[in-house]
Design a binder for this molecule. Structure first.
Ligand code: FAD
Length: 637
């Protein structure tokens, strides 16, 4: 990380100096963004908005304090990549359980009352991400995000004991949305507070009030599926208790075991089946003893002695989705600028089996956060906000389709070889599907279609491993100035900036011409979109990847655009230039043309927006002008 840019600071460099007007306990009359709900979606959004010192955001939560235990726990590789951009991945990796392998158990062919291991596979395909799939409790995940907010210049904190009861858009003045809040603490119970906002985001879970206020409904299967979920400390002789395990028993049902962080805790998911109006009450009243007994029967002949249950719930959810994630289309069908958004469980719900709920919800927050940041800082027009629903709704639909297939497989009984006519699923088939589905569960299957923020694949062959529309798949490089081996993707922080990774051509001439054009041309796109007085990398951060070994590069020979002078002292930023790592050449790893090089355009939420030739100045300008406003010529140092 970089710090001391504008003068030496003592103390923890991860704590930003507070801005004037940073968080105050009393709710102001007006805010830029009001977020309803401090679950994973709301907190990622709040953490992202807290990185923009000029934006006034508040996050209200009906609970009286932070979540302490329970709910989701699977953190996909893609989510860890996002956490890395918030500076949180080290902490998460240190604390979490790493899902390295998954085991599959089925009825023993010779004694169907007992179970037997039938397979053990690597959990995540090699090379899918530089990060593992990990397990850490949702409460801790949320705590990490609260910490980011707390350390930000805004010192943002949730306003607990405040519930959104009504959202009305009247389009009056600069703050066109009126939100009515109700206090939920005993001393002020039912007291109403009104706040006006430029934008409101409903991250208020599956029973979202904000969703209702914009006339959206969750559509999908009428039936919910229920699981008994238990976080337990137990003594067992089951040998795979520290692996993720899917068990299909012959007649006692299916069990999913998820080892938890800390070495001892284990989560058990017992399938309680479909919920119907007839059985809903009975299922809801399932006692923890029944979950324990079912788990014990499924694990036979192994023993399970539960010593303590830390958390237990009957988690009932259906796979449902709203048509839109914003209010851009009025209830009468006419269009308007979106002002109210919904994210996370408020607009899509998933089964717990594929571990999507928390992960997809956080990605919603990440997608919307930088867009609100760009619009509220005046860098982009409000139309940018339309892309949130356009992008995220189809992604949620795709994940729900996958989730349905996956959950049905996990819930099916195992095929009995002696009675094939009875149906069921072959455990080998289940295992093969698990491996195929790995990209979904790792969170890297998301691919945005060509549109306002995603280019066409005309030049994709110049960098075939950076697939346009998918997340930037990092690889190792060496930073030239200090010879630091690192992941190129880790140059990106969650700071709302775009990254342009310019992979050099063989001679370096095209890269040099690109830098020269941007530094000197009167219609340099960088000058046009950078606000006057800002550092030249304030909006778009150019990074170069050279082909020479790092010791053969003379720092003094680099183009001045790659050694920008920044901040109040005009200090030189030496962290813009990398070379390929001899042990793992990024040009080979990601299929980048050695002859022509490539320009890889990456969004603030780490998705590849475009791949272009280094000399495609006009195409790059056209593309960026779809996203950014033109400012008067910036002061380029
Ligand atoms: P949520 O995490 O639901 O957060 C919504 C937040 O909004 C909550 O803090 C809520 O208190 C607050 N809120 C609600 N209404 C208002 C309002 N009107 N005003 C202000 N605040 C409001 N997933 C799994 O994978 N495995 C599990 O075992 C599992 N168990 C779960 C158990 C429960 C009880 C719940 C609720 C969810 C569970 N989930 C589980 C789902 C997973 O937690 C969600 O998919 C994920 O948390 C979605 O994040 P979110 O931010 O969209 O919503």
């Amino acid at each position: 990380m970089q710090f001391h840019l504008n003068g030496f600071h003592v103390g923890d460099p991860t704590i930003e100096p507070a801005v004037t007007g940073a968080f105050r306990a009393d709710m102001p009359d007006t805010v830029d963004v009001l977020i309803a709900g401090s679950g994973p979606a709301g907190l990622v959004l709040a953490a992202q908005l807290s990185q923009f010192p000029s934006i006034k955001a508040r996050i209200v939560e009906r609970r009286s304090g932070p979540l302490l235990m329970g709910q989701a726990d699977g953190v996909a590789c893609r989510t860890v990549e996002m956490f890395n951009a918030f500076g949180l991945s080290d902490r998460m990796l240190r604390e979490a359980y790493w899902v390295n392998e998954t085991a599959f158990w089925r009825p023993d062919a010779t004694d169907r009352g007992a179970i037997k291991r039938t397979g053990r596979v690597q959990d995540t395909e090699s090379g899918l991400s530089e990060f593992p799939h990990v397990i850490v409790n949702q409460a801790r995940v949320q705590e990490y995000l609260l910490d980011v907010m707390h350390r930000s210049a805004q010192r943002l904190e949730p306003d607990y004991d405040l519930e959104v009861v009504d959202v009305q858009r009247d389009d009056v003045g600069d703050y066109p949305v009126r939100v009515t809040l109700r206090r939920t603490n005993a001393s002020q119970l039912d007291e109403l507070v009104t706040v006006r906002a430029k934008y409101v985001v409903g991250c208020d879970g599956a029973r979202s009030r904000v969703r209702t206020s914009i006339g959206q409904t969750l559509n999908g299967d009428a039936a919910n599926h229920a699981w008994g979920v238990m976080d337990a400390l137990a003594v067992t002789d089951f040998p795979d208790i520290r692996l993720k395990v899917a068990i299909q028993s012959a007649s006692e049902g299916n069990l999913l075991i998820i080892p938890r962080e800390g070495g001892y805790l284990v989560r058990f998911y017992v399938d309680l089946g479909e919920v119907t109006p007839e059985n809903r009450d009975t299922i809801k009243q399932t006692k923890v003893d029944r979950i324990i007994q079912t788990a014990q029967r499924i694990l036979h002949p192994y023993s399970l002695d539960v010593k303590e249950v830390a958390w237990f719930s009957v988690y009932e959810v259906g796979q449902r989705l709203t048509d839109r994630f914003d209010d851009a289309i009025r209830m009468d069908g006419t269009k308007q600028v979106p002002r109210v958004f919904i994210a996370g469980d408020a607009c899509h719900t998933h089964s717990a089996k594929a571990g999507q709920g928390m992960n997809v919800s956080m990605q919603d927050g990440f997608n919307l956060g930088w867009k609100l940041g760009a619009v509220l800082q005046g860098l982009s027009d409000v139309d940018l906000l339309r892309t949130y629903s356009d992008e995220r709704q189809p992604v949620a639909q795709e994940l729900i389709d996958f989730d349905k297939e996956w959950s049905a497989m996990m819930a099916a009984p195992p095929k009995d070889p002696l009675r094939p006519e009875a149906g069921g699923i072959d455990p080998e088939e289940l295992q093969a599907y698990f491996v195929r589905a790995g990209r979904y569960t790792a969170g890297v299957a998301t691919r945005y279609r060509p549109g306002a923020l995603t280019g066409e694949s005309t030049y994709q062959s110049l960098a075939s491993g950076f697939t346009i529309g998918t997340r930037f798949h990092s690889s190792t490089v060496v930073r030239v100035a200090d010879a630091k081996p690192m992941q190129l993707g880790h140059a990106a922080r969650a700071d709302g900036r775009w990254r342009l990774y310019a992979f050099s051509d063989a001679s370096g001439e095209a890269l040099n011409a690109l830098c020269e054009n941007w530094a000197t041309s009167p219609d340099s796109i960088l000058k046009l979109i950078t606000p006057p007085g800002a550092d030249w990398d304030h909006v778009v951060d150019l990074r170069a990847v050279l082909q020479k070994p790092h010791r053969d590069v003379r720092v003094g020979d680099l183009h001045s655009l790659l050694l920008p002078r920044k901040g109040r002292y005009g200090l030189i930023d030496y962290e813009k230039v990398f070379t390929s790592d001899a042990a793992s050449d990024i040009f080979v790893e990601r299929g980048v043309s050695r002859e022509k090089g490539a320009l890889v355009v990456v969004r603030p939420d780490q998705y590849v927006a475009h791949v272009l030739p280094l000399d495609a100045h006009a195409e790059l300008s056209d593309f960026l002008l779809r996203i950014f406003r033109i400012h008067t010529p910036a002061l380029v140092a």
